[in-house]
Design a binder for this molecule. Structure first.
Ligand SMILES: [Ca+2]
Ligand SMILES: [Ca+2]
Length: 134
């Protein structure tokens, strides 16, 4: 078995051959959708406050060439996410306004235990922000 020990799944619209665990995805709408009312072309989830729950970061366009990052802390639990926007000094990205924030994601790129920010833009430039503790 080439994928022995690894979780596998397939997505099918109609019953066909599926090797591994079969998963089907159904859209969740309205208030049952924890992202109801939010919009972004580049959402991503990461446990930014290290409480074990995935938080939400959205890139939002504020002018023709500027983006900001909105931060939503997850106040739900492991089975029901609930996001509340953090503004001002509660948003660690509050002072970042840049054309380079269109497609952000967090990763610990330098293996220091702190998530760093990598972001791309319409200009196809990748920018890197190394995080530090204050
Ligand atoms: Ca969290
Ligand atoms: Ca890091």
């Amino acid at each position: 078995m080439p994928y022995e020990g690894l979780p596998t799944f397939c997505v099918v619209q109609a019953a066909t051959n599926c090797h591994g665990l079969r998963r089907e995805f159904g859209e969740v709408q309205g208030t049952s959708n924890p992202f109801d009312g939010m919009s972004s072309s580049a959402p991503f989830l990461s446990d930014l406050n290290a409480d074990g729950l995935l938080d939400l970061i959205l890139s939002a366009k504020i002018s023709s060439d500027k983006y900001i990052l909105k931060y939503y802390i997850n106040i739900g639990n492991f089975t029901n996410a609930a996001f509340v926007e953090q503004k001002g000094s509660n948003n660690p990205f509050n002072d970042m306004h840049s054309s380079s924030m269109e497609k952000p994601f967090l990763v610990d790129l330098n293996a220091d235990g702190l998530l760093d920010l990598v972001a791309g833009s319409e200009l196809k430039v990748l920018v890197f922000f190394s995080s530090t503790l204050n």
